[in-house]
Design a protein around this ligand. Structure first.
Ligand SMILES: NC(=O)c1ccc[n+]([C@@H]2O[C@H](COP(=O)([O-])OP(=O)(O)OC[C@H]3O[C@@H](n4cnc5c(N)ncnc54)[C@H](O)[C@@H]3O)[C@@H](O)[C@H]2O)c1
Ligand SMILES: O=C(O)C[C@H](O)C(=O)O
Ligand SMILES: [Mg+2]
Length: 536
């Protein structure tokens, strides 16, 4: 690391310790007079951060405060995030990051991450040289077209890769300088944004078709050139592009799509864990999905190998999964069924969502619609009529777009639902009993996948990695958590869980001959050696 002195040192977010510089360091680095007298350690600094944070009157102010802290003192930011993940994650991630993205061009303070626009065409390799880090291992990239359930937010979507990277660092312990948030700013279909005088993105309609694909191709190739070890995580692309890009690169580039694959694994883990509460066998379950986009399709496509591993044949596995869209149960009578949904089309007659629940009696209902209210009272009451302990996972983010609230789920099911949601809900007291909703979010999966891919230097990210990640996550739910109806572990343990997932991913990488180098004697130590512990 470069030796910095005086004000330059205090202005460097990586090396700055602010009031924690000792008297000796103050003398050595020319800091005398530049700091108040008091020397405080990181614990005291954290107290100050938390007091300031808790004093802010809105979540968006808290987001801005934390982001400023990251840009001022990286160690303190990450130490506080790691130590108080339950309190702070909702402020740097869903739901607050959604609000921050909506407003990003207005609350902008300091550039973060890396931007590519159509004007960089032909020059992306040389542009990447402007990024100061030489050992990037994890790239989270979005084009901003489907930011959470909020739609096309153009370059304002940069908040998502920045938030996801913060959680790579906090939840898997990846070194911050090995991570890179990227915005492929190819324009926006959001006219209000394009007309907003403060909008900071490329203020033109989106690139489409070959123009779009060739720019993404150039980006992916440039990454292979500049950062050959890097894993590319595609995040919050429109469903159409998400699948197109995954199909285009997954067989040759170290990449995955978090909304399709990470979400699928976290959902599968929740379903596995729910069996410990309901005492049903996974192989007997019927699962219904509302929505036919990236997340729901990804879940169905990962359920297939999971069912097969549980002993079901191909046709039987398909028959356990049903899709519902705005028109009701997806049957052959529907026009324009998406190609990936075709294998799951029901042979029943067309019927409404509620009638489909009555007819099929699903054990598990999953929502990935981005639409608040999509699980209405009739839907939840019917699930509760069909099942003693219905499992309902409302994946959509942010909270304002979740299919139903935790309170609604418990109330309409008379407290019998096993509920999880993409964004966190506080415990709910109903009929004098307190219920603990869990958070079913891909944050439980992608950091561990990334860490495992990094540790194994796997050439590709394959389906089995998501299957083992789901099993590992499900196994990490403690019996006490199961007893109180939670199907995901307390987020406070996520760092440890990510390491567990990483080890499983490494095993797959070596078993499938995808790993770089020889199998280390001690995989755990191999993973552990990569971990960043924030502090001075
Ligand atoms: N919890 C998580 O980890 C996680 C991960 C990925 C995505 N998500 C959330 O899931 C949501 C969907 O993401 P996606 O990538 O699948 O988006 P998408 O745009 O690809 O798919 C949304 C689908 O929902 C359908 N839909 C919308 N309203 C509906 C309604 N009322 N009834 C039936 N169908 C409806 C759309 O037609 C589309 O098929 C987003 O809100 C996103 O934040 C959560
Ligand atoms: O970002 C999240 O909170 C989860 C997921 O990737 C999403 O797109 O909603
Ligand atoms: Mg996402």
């Amino acid at each position: 690391m470069k030796s910095l002195y005086g004000k330059t040192l205090l202005n460097d977010p990586v090396q700055n310790k602010s009031t924690a510089f000792t008297r000796e360091e103050r003398e050595h680095y020319g800091l005398q007079g530049l700091l108040p007298y008091g020397v405080t350690d990181i614990k005291k600094q954290q107290q100050r951060v938390l007091a300031n944070l808790r004093n802010k009157s809105s979540n968006i102010e808290k987001y801005i405060y934390l982001n400023d802290l990251l840009e001022r003192n990286q160690q303190l930011f990450y130490r506080t995030l790691v130590d108080h993940i339950g309190e702070i994650m909702p402020l740097v991630y869903t739901p607050t990051v959604g609000e921050a993205c909506v407003k990003l061009s207005h609350i902008f303070r300091k550039p973060q991450g890396f931007y590519i626009t159509p004007e960089d065409r032909g020059e992306i390799i040389s542009r990447l040289k402007n990024w100061p880090e030489t050992d990037v291992q994890i790239i989270v990239v979005t084009d901003g077209e489907r930011i959470l359930g909020l739609g096309d937010l153009g370059a304002n979507g940069m908040g998502i890769p920045i938030g996801k990277i913060s959680l790579y660092v906090a939840c898997a312990g990846i070194y911050p300088d090995r991570c890179m948030p990227v915005m492929l700013d190819v324009g926006t279909g959001n006219q209000a944004l394009r007309e907003d005088p403060l909008y900071l993105g490329y203020p033109y309609p989106r690139l489409v078709g070959q123009d779009y694909l060739s720019l993404v191709d150039e980006f992916v190739e440039a990454v292979q050139h500049r950062y050959p070890d890097a894993l590319i995580q595609f995040e919050d692309f429109s469903s159409r592009n998400a699948f197109t890009l995954l199909d285009r690169y997954a067989a040759s580039v170290r990449c995955f799509n978090d909304d399709i694959q990470g979400t699928a694994a976290v959902t599968l883990a929740g379903i596995y864990a729910s069996c410990r509460i309901t005492h049903k066998s996974f192989a007997d379950l019927k699962i219904m999905l509302l929505g036919t986009g990236s997340a729901a399709t990804g879940v169905a496509e990962l359920l297939l190998p999971a069912f097969k591993a549980a002993g079901l044949g191909e046709a039987e596995a398909h028959s356990r999964i049903s899709f519902v869209d705005r028109r009701g149960l997806v049957t052959a009578a529907h026009e324009l069924i998406k190609p990936r949904i075709c294998p799951f089309v029901s042979e029943r007659e067309a019927m409404s969502f509620v009638d489909a629940i009555t007819a099929i009696q699903p054990d598990v209902l999953i929502g990935a619609t981005g639409t608040a209210g999509a699980f209405n009272e009739a839907v939840i009451r019917e699930m509760a009529r069909c099942q003693e302990r219905p499992v309902i996972i409302a994946l959509s983010n942010p909270t304002s777009h979740t299919e139903c609230t935790a309170e609604q789920a418990y109330r309409w099911s008379e407290g019998r639902v096993i509920f999880a949601s993409g964004s966190p809900f506080a415990p709910v007291t109903f009929n004098k009993r307190t219920h603990y909703p869990a958070q079913g979010n891909n944050v439980y999966i992608y950091p561990g996948i990334g860490l495992g891919v990094m540790a194994s230097r796997a050439r590709l990210v394959v389906e089995r990695m998501f299957l083992v990640a789901a099993e590992e996550l499900a196994n990490r739910v403690l019996s006490g958590e199961i007893e109180r109806g939670s199907i995901y572990p307390d987020i406070a343990r996520v760092r440890d869980i990510s390491q567990g997932i990483a080890i499983k991913v490494c095993q797959v990488a070596w078993q499938d001959s995808l790993a770089g180098g020889n199998l280390p004697e001690d995989l755990e130590a191999n993973v552990q050696a990569l971990i960043y512990e924030p502090g001075y």
